[in-house]
Design a protein around this ligand. Structure first.
Ligand code: ADP
Length: 183
């Protein structure tokens, strides 16, 4: 499914984000930046060991050994990936505290702002927080697509791809996008 927003493209597709050829792909990382399971593990495996090396360097130099806060984003090179860059962001763990939608929106927004700041014009996102972090996907899809749509309405960016890992996830995001663009 594809839609045009203010001269930008927003596309939903199923697939493996490590194969995306956009300028950047987004990693649903954990705050340590040291890798993990799910999409994080897949990105590190596909990018090769240089990625972990750069992540460790960022942890040390930029973050002074602290964790990357939830909702924030940092950029590394893509190494052996087809994408030139990886933007690492930390999604919220779902615990129904009320703070999750704002934090999840910040993940998408800070990633898009970082990409724009680096003059990139295409980016692929996975469905942040809806795996191990347990965010209900219907709710996450609404936040993700609302945030991306608003950003595209206000900027000349290029192309944003949501790369969903299953047909079920794709269906949920398609329904959510129809709602978001019909308002
Ligand atoms: P989180 O910890 O943010 O929940 P996960 O990696 O557990 O992150 O899951 C986030 C989403 O990424 C899930 O929907 C999962 O199915 C999906 N995913 C896992 N591997 C890939 C991949 N290679 N490409 C795209 N999406 C993926």
């Amino acid at each position: 499914m594809r839609t045009e927003i203010n001269g930008n493209q927003l596309e939903l597709m199923t697939g493996d984000i490590t194969r995306q050829q956009t300028d950047a792909i987004v990693n649903a990382a954990n705050g340590s930046l040291l890798g993990g399971g799910g999409v994080d593990g897949a990105i590190h495996r596909a990018a090769g060991p240089e990625l972990l090396k750069e992540c460790k360097q960022i942890r040390k130099e930029l973050l002074h050994n602290e964790y990357l806060p939830t909702g924030e984003a940092v950029l590394t090179k893509g190494y052996q990936l087809p994408a030139s860059y990886v933007i690492h962001t930390v999604g919220p763990v779902w615990n129904n505290s009320g703070s999750e939608p704002g934090l999840l929106a910040n993940c998408y927004l800070s990633s898009l702002e970082l990409a724009k700041e680096k003059n990139l014009s295409s980016i692929s996102f996975p469905s942040i927080s809806t795996g191990v972090y347990g965010y209900p996907i219907e709710k996450a899809a609404q936040v993700a697509l609302q945030t991306i749509t608003e950003f595209l309405q206000n900027h000349h960016f290029g192309k944003v791809v949501m790369t969903l890992f299953s047909e079920q996830d794709y269906e949920v995001y398609s329904q959510a996008l129809k709602r978001v663009i019909s308002v």
